[in-house]
Write a protein that binds this ligand. Structure first.
Ligand SMILES: Cc1cc2nc3c(=O)[nH]c(=O)nc-3n(C[C@H](O)[C@H](O)[C@H](O)COP(=O)(O)O)c2cc1C
Length: 211
């Protein structure tokens, strides 16, 4: 019998969605292996085009690789700031845009653009759907982590080809995200970029139209 999700669960789900944060401030205490394995397994419940499951999770265990990733992100953050106005750059420079030096887990997520799994169904006409599928797996992981009181941070201030080379992954794997995972220093219901004056959430009506 499938479970029935009652009103109490529905409220809790809404709370989970509201409290899911992009986290950059992590406590350093490690996660136990069972928790990580459980989260990886849950992420694989995501939908994928043709059931191709093209997500490839690479756990970065080497301290040296982690430092190379963090240093690369730091350099790219500075480079991106150069194109901004002085005023905007002042706020931008005060933001913390990754927690790769503190998070107990750093995970690079790739899309295998050449996977034969799923027989090309859907992906033959829209190859980008493989990457959409990987994004869904990440979001599934994001929510599952939050449900366990953990935080996840999505780091995109990097050059995908550089990361693929650094981590020495197969040529057909495209970087979708670098993820930081661990206990957040301080959970908050408001996005950090909103709290720090960069960008607030829009009223949902601003993004819904009718034809
Ligand atoms: C595709 C994607 C890429 C992102 N890249 C970064 C990033 O490089 N650094 C960062 O601090 N946050 C990054 N974020 C997090 C967003 O800043 C965050 O989702 C947004 O500010 C809303 O906050 P919330 O996730 O806490 O609701 C990214 C989010 C997404 C979905």
């Amino acid at each position: 019998m499938p479970p029935r999700f009652g009103p109490e669960f529905q409220d809790e789900l809404t709370a989970l969605l509201a409290w899911r944060r992009d986290v950059r401030h992590f406590r350093r205490d490690p996660l136990d292996e069972d928790t990580v394995a459980e989260l990886m397994a849950t992420a694989q419940l995501a939908p994928s085009v043709g059931n191709s499951q093209p997500w490839r999770f690479v756990r970065v265990r080497s301290a040296e690789l982690r430092e190379s990733l963090a240093a690369h992100a730091d350099a790219e953050v500075v480079r991106a700031g150069e194109a901004m106005t002085d005023e905007r750059r002042a706020t931008y420079s005060s933001l913390k845009l990754h927690g790769m030096r503190e998070a107990p887990e750093v995970i690079a997520v790739f899309c295998d653009d050449a996977t034969p799994i799923g027989g090309g169904l859907g992906a033959a006409t829209m190859p980008e759907t493989r990457r959409f599928s990987v994004v869904l797996a990440i979001h599934t992981l994001w929510l599952a982590a939050r449900a366990k009181g953990l935080g996840l941070g999505w780091v995109s201030v990097v050059k995908p080809d550089y990361i693929a080379g650094l981590l020495d992954v197969p040529q057909d794997w495209r970087l979708i995200a670098l993820l930081c995972l661990g206990h957040p220093v301080e959970p908050d219901v408001v996005p950090e970029l909103e709290r720090r004056g960069w960008q607030a959430r829009l009223d949902w009506r601003a993004n819904v139209s009718e034809r």
